[in-house]
Design a protein around this ligand. Structure first.
Ligand code: HEC
Length: 155
């Protein structure tokens, strides 16, 4: 059995990712809930291998989880100068900024001081650097993913 586990270790070593960019770290956390170093990000749901994309969608534009809307979390949407009205939750709050986005992710607090629904995990395992990388990635999502213009093929 020892040889089997040694083989496992060797394979993990061989597959270890080369050093990657900050945005790549943010992308992995967003998509898979693991850092680019392969660390599972601890969260209040005890999820492993699942990231923000599971509920907020692979493009960050929002989705539904257990009947509760998971909002658009692209950076541009979160920092919309008009703030948000969450009709379903009967709640509104002013626009997010980088710091208040972090408070929402780690502690489930929005810019008005409201507590987010527990369906939104508290991502306690993110280091300050991980949080910066994740927010970088939310910025990438808002740049690359404007709402498609209506065209014949989408009608
Ligand atoms: C299991 C589903 C789930 C996962 C996974 C998840 N969220 Fe959420 N998130 C939600 C739900 C549901 C809400 C809405 C909660 C509410 O309105 O009270 C939310 C709200 C938020 C908000 C507040 C948005 C607003 O407009 O008030 C932010 C920011 C956010 N999530 C970021 C993230 C990030 C970043 C990740 C990944 C690290 C993540 N979420 C993973 C379900 C999820």
């Amino acid at each position: 059995m020892a040889s089997v586990s040694l083989l496992g270790v060797a394979l993990v070593g061989a597959g270890a990712p080369a050093p990657v960019s900050h945005t790549d770290n943010g992308r992995r956390i967003f998509l898979h809930g693991t850092t680019s170093a392969g660390r599972v990000v601890e969260n209040s749901h005890g999820m492993e291998g699942m990231g923000c994309a599971m509920c907020h969608g692979p493009d960050g534009r929002g989705g539904m989880m257990h009947g509760i809307p998971a909002p658009d979390i692209t950076y541009a949407a979160l920092t919309d100068p008009n703030g948000h009205e969450h009709v379903f939750m009967d709640r509104r709050h002013p626009p997010f900024n980088g710091e208040t986005i972090k408070a929402a992710i780690v502690a489930g607090i929005d810019p008005a001081g409201n507590t987010l629904h527990e369906e939104m995990p508290r991502w306690t395992g993110l280091s300050p650097a991980d949080l910066d990388d994740l927010i970088d990635y939310l910025q990438v999502l808002s740049q690359g993913n404007r709402r498609p213009q209506p065209g014949p093929e989408r009608m």
